[in-house]
Design a protein around this ligand. Structure first.
Ligand SMILES: Nc1ncnc2c1ncn2[C@@H]1O[C@H](COP(=O)(O)OP(=O)(O)OP(=O)(O)O)[C@@H](O)[C@H]1O
Length: 242
């Protein structure tokens, strides 16, 4: 299952993560071990399992926010490209992978003071060399699809509602054409109409051959978007240690 095929974009091999709490006398908290799965282009794999089992931690290791303790996290942009191991990558390599290979929609928007919603969304396109007018136009079109009132485009998102902030975050993550996309509960604060829009955006990405890995607590959304579910309970380090 974790062998490389031409379609493979993301391969995890025997990945493990635990935390050590230095403020609590070095308490050691094993989270996951033996995490092994593969995602091909055009798949939407959803991580399942109970709260606290390690789903978000796996996404954060893939995007390089958390260091993997063991194992390999191999990713590539196309069938012709070489795999890069995020688990062994330098900070500079991680930044390049985030710019070009792996997109990430986190649970919460990290609002930058004084930067407008439109520019927050357009920024990843600018970083990839697209001109400002074009980037802002594309950002506006996506925000419109996500039903964000145009009166908000020029305002910084800091004072937006939870659902409005989440839609800015989704637009920022979906605007680029990263070949791998990670989604951490992108529909959590959305109403039904906008949940439908996000399901449509995910379907478009899948058709374009993007390899998607997501967490969705909403069962209806999970059933609509998932092509496969990976149950993280099977990798629980606590269960293995018990
Ligand atoms: N930075 C951190 N420092 C210490 N412990 C952490 C850290 N991040 C996560 N954990 C712990 O790791 C475990 C797994 O957390 P994680 O957020 O990955 O679970 P989850 O399956 O995504 O949960 P949920 O479904 O509730 O979001 C939890 O026990 C959590 O407390």
């Amino acid at each position: 299952m974790t062998t490389a095929t031409p379609d493979a974009r993301l391969i995890l091999k025997d990945v493990a993560k635990s935390f050590t709490n230095h403020l609590r006398g070095g308490v050691h908290l094993p989270v996951v071990a033996g995490v092994s799965f593969r995602i091909d282009a055009g798949e939407v794999v959803v991580l399942g399992g109970p709260s606290g089992v390690g789903k978000s931690s796996i996404l954060r290791m893939i995007v390089g926010n958390y260091a993997a303790e063991r194992g390999q996290i191999l990713m590539r942009s196309s069938a012709d490209a070489a795999f890069v191991d995020v688990a062994a990558a330098s900070p500079r390599e991680v930044i390049a992978l985030r710019r070009n290979v792996v997109g990430y929609v986190s649970q919460f928007l990290r609002a930058i003071p004084r930067v407008s919603a439109l520019d927050v969304v357009a920024e990843p396109l600018l970083a990839r060399g697209i001109g400002q007018a074009d980037a802002r136009r594309q950002a506006g079109e996506l925000l419109e699809r996500l039903n964000l009132p145009s009166a908000l485009y020029d305002l910084p998102p800091a004072t937006f509602s939870g659902g409005e902030k989440q839609r800015v975050n989704i637009a920022r993550g979906f605007l680029t054409d990263h070949p791998i996309l990670l989604l951490d509960e992108p529909t959590a604060s959305l109403d039904n109409a906008n949940r439908d829009v996000v399901c449509g955006l995910i379907a478009d990405k899948r058709k374009a051959g993007v390899a998607i890995l997501g967490i969705f607590h909403d069962e209806e959304v999970r059933c609509r978007v998932a092509t496969r579910i990976v149950d993280v309970s099977g990798f629980s380090a606590r269960r293995a240690a018990a």
